[in-house]
Design a protein. Structure first.
Length: 173
């Protein structure tokens, strides 16, 4: 399948089209300030070929030209700090010690009931033989117990701040 109507897009056509695009860009002055192989790593510099290509005349770019910037790699201290770090001044006593977390709240009877329902549901799924039930009966009972425990806990979740916390708009100082 060809990308152009009436012809095939072979490698020769692609190379010829690429050469045309590059010639148009060079005619417009793109890359006029670059010399071949200058400031390029060795991986990007082409090896010399046996047949040198004819040199093309490159027209100079007209208009404002940016001043060349200093190469930061040429200056060995371009990433160095203004002040050296004094490791002796950092003592062991200056570490941040977070405050103790608040204690967990006591479980209310409704929460305990929901957790017990979930444990019974898992037990009926995992090992129905412990209670002496057949798996055909224990599976639906376990499903109901597990869903009931999860539903019970979700319905009892708090929807806002505790009632004794007072007014708070969330701002912190």
């Amino acid at each position: 399948m060809s990308s152009r109507p009436g012809g095939s897009e072979g490698p020769e056509d692609v190379d010829a089209r690429f050469a045309e695009i590059i010639a148009d860009l060079e005619r417009e002055g793109l890359g006029a300030g670059l010399t071949e192989g200058a400031d390029l790593p060795d991986a990007f510099v082409d090896e010399p070929t046996a047949t040198p290509e004819p040199e093309q005349k490159i027209e100079p770019v007209t208009g404002p030209i940016a001043a060349p910037q200093e190469d930061p790699a040429a200056n060995p201290a371009w990433r160095s700090a203004d002040v050296e770090w004094d490791w002796a001044s950092a003592s062991e006593e200056e570490h941040y010690v977070p405050p103790e977390p608040p204690p967990l709240p006591r479980l209310r009877p409704g929460t305990i009931f929901g957790i017990v329902l979930m444990v019974i549901g898992i037990l009926l799924f995992a090992a129905p033989g412990i209670i002496g039930l057949d798996s055909r009966i224990a599976t639906p009972l376990g499903l109901v117990a597990l869903a009931g425990g999860i539903g019970w806990l979700v319905l009892r979740m708090r929807q806002g701040p505790p009632p004794d916390s007072g007014w708070d708009d969330g701002a912190q100082i």
